[in-house]
Write a protein that binds this ligand. Structure first.
Ligand SMILES: C[S@@+](CC[C@H](N)C(=O)[O-])C[C@H]1O[C@@H](n2cnc3c(N)ncnc32)[C@H](O)[C@@H]1O
Length: 289
């Protein structure tokens, strides 16, 4: 641990933020690499005469910040950490950085099943860093879950995250494309969730460099109209869900009505589009018959 005066630190912080970037990313850097939590940071202005302890020196933190600003590399990849709900997850460029809007999926599950639900069996298709499945397996220790991904590297990260976050063993990880890992679970799932790649081809080409140059293409591209994977997931879901089982999907901001139609065409009932916090129809939910 390195000790420096709070005054010196605050002066340095102001200088770094004046170069650009956003405060949220800077906070991630200070917490994950510098060892200064948000709580500690908030208290610094009233502790100006004190010293503070850093895990890395200011030069080291500054070189990471400069790299972030110059190359647009997401700070989460440079620090190897992303915060999501109350989880601190390892991330590398093999996994999508879990997005704040996706956090609402967990609240949708709470709304459907309540916080104290009986035992049930869930699946997450395309787990990436494991965020959704890990949050569910912690919230519902009596549930059993299987989280899948087509990318073995992503699954290794998800598995590490689960082992770091949980002492339970109610979540398994399986590699394979969409429903293939579930061949022996036909008609057995109470709930299936997916935040699949849904960016249309043209939109992908116009994504900011910080996304297109760093995040895995396989986690983002949903084919020509963005619905390639969503279509496959919905069409095959009836084979794997129990009767009255739920399917919850995240979609692109303008796909809600199309996803709703796909669910209705495939005999789903109780179909609903759920808005995210900015009022966008971000999730589609439905029940198989
Ligand atoms: C948008 S990311 C979502 C990651 C994570 N669930 C989240 O919400 O942050 C989509 C994930 O689907 C995976 N994926 C892409 N194609 C797949 C396929 N055919 N079968 C299974 N997973 C796939 C990607 O590797 C990626 O991890």
């Amino acid at each position: 641990m390195l000790s420096i005066s709070v005054k010196e630190f605050l002066f340095w912080k102001k200088k770094q933020l004046s170069k650009g970037g956003d405060l949220q990313s800077f906070i991630v850097l200070l917490d994950c690499v510098g060892g200064i939590s948000t709580k500690d940071l908030n208290l610094l202005s009233i502790k100006q005469e004190c010293n503070l302890y850093l895990k890395k020196n200011l030069d080291c933190l500054e070189s990471i910040w400069d790299k972030h600003l110059l190359s647009s590399t997401p700070i989460q990849y440079l620090c190897g950490i992303s915060y999501w709900r109350d989880l601190k997850l390892k991330v590398t460029d093999k996994v999508l950085i879990p997005r704040p809007e996706t956090e609402l999926i967990i609240d949708i599950v709470f709304k459907i099943f309540g916080k104290k639900s009986q035992q049930l069996f869930f699946a997450e298709l395309g787990t990436g860093s494991g965020a959704i499945s890990i949050a569910l397996s912690l919230a519902y220790p009596f549930w059993e879950g299987i989280a899948t991904d087509i990318d073995q590297d992503a699954l290794e990260i998800a598995t590490k995250n689960y082992l770091d976050c949980s002492e339970n063993s109610n979540l398994k990880f399986c590699c394979g494309s969409w429903w293939t890992p579930f061949e022996s679970f036909k008609g057995k799932l109470d709930l299936a969730i997916s935040n699949p790649p849904y960016i249309p081809k043209d939109t992908y080409e116009k994504l900011p460099d910080s996304v297109r140059n760093f995040e895995p293409k396989i986690a983002l591209c949903g084919g020509e109209d963005g619905l390639k994977h969503i279509r496959e997931i919905i069409q095959k879901a009836p084979l794997f869900l129990k009767e009255r089982g739920w399917l919850i999907l995240e979609n692109h901001f303008d796909q809600g009505d199309k996803v709703k139609r796909l669910l209705l065409d495939n005999k789903f009932t109780s179909v609903e589009i759920v808005n995210d916090l900015s009022g966008v129809g971000r999730f589609a939910i439905g029940r198989y018959k």
